[in-house]
Every structure is written in structure tokens, then in C-alpha cells.
Design a protein around this ligand. Structure first.
Ligand SMILES: [Cu+2]
Length: 126
């Protein structure tokens, strides 16, 4: 009887871990990407538009325009602890870069430059 229980336990464990890994392997978002996403400009060591609004539930292209000679990026996190990244853009020096951001659930997100942590902003998905 103990053996049967043990075997059942192992099967259940395998099923649970399979379910978890398949969920983790799924892309963050699917479907169309809205190319008309917001433009975020970095100038004089700050973001000129610290509050950005996007549509919730739709992946979008964020247009980053770094007008400084210093390297910057746009790194989006779930909140200002910056512990859980949503989309980390490439670091650009004096140039532009498009970044595809996965669909965001409605809510307020935090973004910063990963090089200069005092450059921050907020993305509100509605
Ligand atoms: Cu920077």
C-alpha cells in the first residue's frame, strides 16, 4: 500500500512540475504589437516625459530617443524596488532604439535608466 501511495505521489509531483514548466515557457504575450507606442526621450540626464500612458493588454513598441552623449536605457519594472523586470531595453548612447514591451496588465509600472538609477518614470497601463 505504501508503495502505491509513493508511486501516486511521484506521478502527482511530475504532473505539477510539468504544468509549472510549461507555463513558464510560454511567452509573456502573444498577438499583435502596437507600433505606435510611446516615445521616451532622455535629455540632460533625465526623462523628459516621466509619466507615460499605454493601453493595457496590448504589446507595444516603445521608442527610446536618447539625446544625451551619456548611455541610457529604459528598463521597466513592476515597481520602484526594481526587483522584477518587465522589459529591459538596450543601453543606447546618443541614438534611438525601439523596444517591444509585452502586454501589461492595467496598473502602474516603474521605469528607470539602469545606468543612472535616479532617472526614473512611471508607465500607467489603462
Ligand atoms: Cu542613463
Amino acid at each position: 500500500m505504501k508503495r502505491i501511495l509513493l508511486a501516486f505521489g511521484l506521478v502527482a509531483l511530475a504532473a505539477i512540475s510539468a504544468a509549472c514548466s510549461s507555463a513558464a515557457a510560454q511567452p509573456l504575450s502573444s498577438g499583435p504589437v502596437d507600433a505606435n507606442g510611446p516615445t521616451v526621450v532622455a535629455k540632460d540626464m533625465k526623462f523628459t516625459s516621466p509619466a507615460v500612458e499605454v493601453k493595457a493588454g496590448t504589446s507595444f513598441t516603445l521608442h527610446f530617443d536618447n539625446q544625451d552623449a551619456a548611455p541610457h536605457n529604459v528598463a521597466i519594472y513592476t515597481d520602484s524596488t526594481a526587483s522584477s523586470a518587465v522589459s529591459v531595453g538596450e543601453i543606447v548612447t546618443a541614438g534611438t532604439k525601439d523596444q517591444v514591451v509585452p502586454a501589461l496588465k492595467a496598473g502602474t509600472y516603474f521605469f528607470r535608466c539602469d545606468v543612472h538609477h535616479d532617472m526614473t518614470g512611471t508607465i500607467v497601463a489603462k
